[in-house]
Design a protein around this ligand. Structure first.
Ligand code: ATP
Length: 357
């Protein structure tokens, strides 16, 4: 089992710097997602690990080996792409066997290896079909089978589910979790879909502008975002982000959010502000309480989704996004009481965006 390390890895395309300096250490057996908006550098990072792009500077290691100068075929990795890239004229069996043939695995050993991969992915009944006779999900499974047949040390997956419809994606997510559990191999997964990253990963590397914003478990990314970018990016609907000021009053931090004064728990901040601190505050939709509390809020919009509704309200001069149970009766235009779960309020430095609590 093998660790993957990026040590001060830089990637420039001519004048344009895609990745300024990336440090990332992936532990053996992890499922790590590289997550971020379009252009953040996640595919470039994966392609450098695969050997499809050469880093401009820095070192990439797989296990004990520096792989910078190794060809993709020498790295003991397997990659699954968004387009499954199956050979249309070959059967499923031949597609899965192809990497074995290419690597000179003796012909007599191949059928058992193909069968093992097919069993793992429940492809047994499909082995004699051609790719065009398979559904999208089945084709994706064949692509996975082809990747795992030669038992690579590390699996690299580049948005492998993005061509599937929503229902099949959910199904394949569950299959990938299962597969990772059974194989116990290191997997690096590129996606811009936070649901995929949140549900499958042991840790998520959130990237933006070529820089790593946070590398942590899904729960930590959700409950303790490291900065305002991660706070705004993770979670659907997004957190409410608003500017405020914090001053200490008799040992307690008091947050002024627009015109709303909010006393925070005494130990809420990891450092005591001197004087008045300019902050950005983030609040999850489920951490806003409606129908209780001392603030008055005006309901602007109610979006029922069935089991819950997303409600936009104004309180003071701040617009909040609130998640309520689907049976909550609310009408646009009405005035309601509102409160915030104080202990769940995320506080960031307004200039640097860094987390303060
Ligand atoms: P997406 O989700 O859209 O695929 P991404 O996060 O995977 O985005 P990358 O493809 O890694 O982003 O691109 C990172 C940056 O590097 C972008 O600004 C992109 O335009 C640039 N880039 C990527 N490949 C090349 C290339 N071959 N030549 C020049 N610039 C490139």
């Amino acid at each position: 089992m093998v660790t993957v390390t990026f040590d001060k890895v830089r990637k420039a395309f001519g004048e344009a710097v895609a990745i300024p300096s990336l440090d990332l250490a992936i532990t053996s057996g992890e499922f790590v997602s590289l997550l971020g908006p379009s252009g953040c550098g996640k595919t470039t990072t994966l392609r450098m690990l695969a050997g499809l792009e050469q880093p401009t500077a820095g070192e990439i290691m797989i296990g004990e080996r520096t792989v910078n100068n190794l060809a993709p075929s020498e790295r003991d990795i397997a990659m699954v792409f968004q387009s499954y890239a199956l050979y249309p004229h070959m059967s499923v069996r031949e597609n899965i066997a192809y990497p074995l043939k290419k690597r000179g695995v003796p012909k007599a050993d191949r059928p058992a290896m193909v069968q093992a991969a097919a069993d793992l992915l429940q492809l047994g009944p499909l082995l004699d079909r051609k790719p065009r006779q398979l559904s999208g999900g089945q084709q994706q499974r064949v692509a996975l089978g082809r990747a795992l047949v030669r038992e690579p040390k590390v699996f690299l997956l580049d948005e492998p589910l993005s061509n599937l419809d929503a229902k099949l994606r959910a199904h394949m997510r569950a299959e990938l979790i299962e597969l990772h559990r059974r194989l116990g191999k290191t997997m690096v997964y590129v996606t811009h879909d936070q649901l995929e990253a949140m549900t499958m990963s042991t840790r998520i590397a959130v990237m933006q502008g070529g820089e790593l914003q946070q590398f942590a478990t899904p729960a930590e990314i959700y409950h303790r975002p490291a900065n305002t970018f991660v706070a705004g990016f993770i979670g659907t609907p997004s957190m409410t982000l608003a500017d405020g000021e914090i001053t200490m009053d008799q040992g307690r931090p008091v947050l002024k959010l627009g015109t709303l004064p909010l006393e925070l728990p005494a130990n809420h901040l990891s450092e005591r502000p001197e004087g008045t601190r300019r902050v950005t505050v983030a609040v999850r939709p489920e951490d806003i309480l409606i129908g209780t509390g001392s603030f008055r809020a005006n309901v602007r919009l109610v979006e029922p989704t069935g089991h819950e509704s997303i409600v936009l309200v104004n309180a003071g001069d701040v617009g909040f996004t609130v998640r309520v149970a689907g049976d909550t009766v609310l009408k646009a235009g009405e005035t309601i009481p509102l409160d915030l779960r104080r202990e769940r309020i995320h506080v960031f430095d307004r200039e640097s965006g860094r987390r303060l609590n």
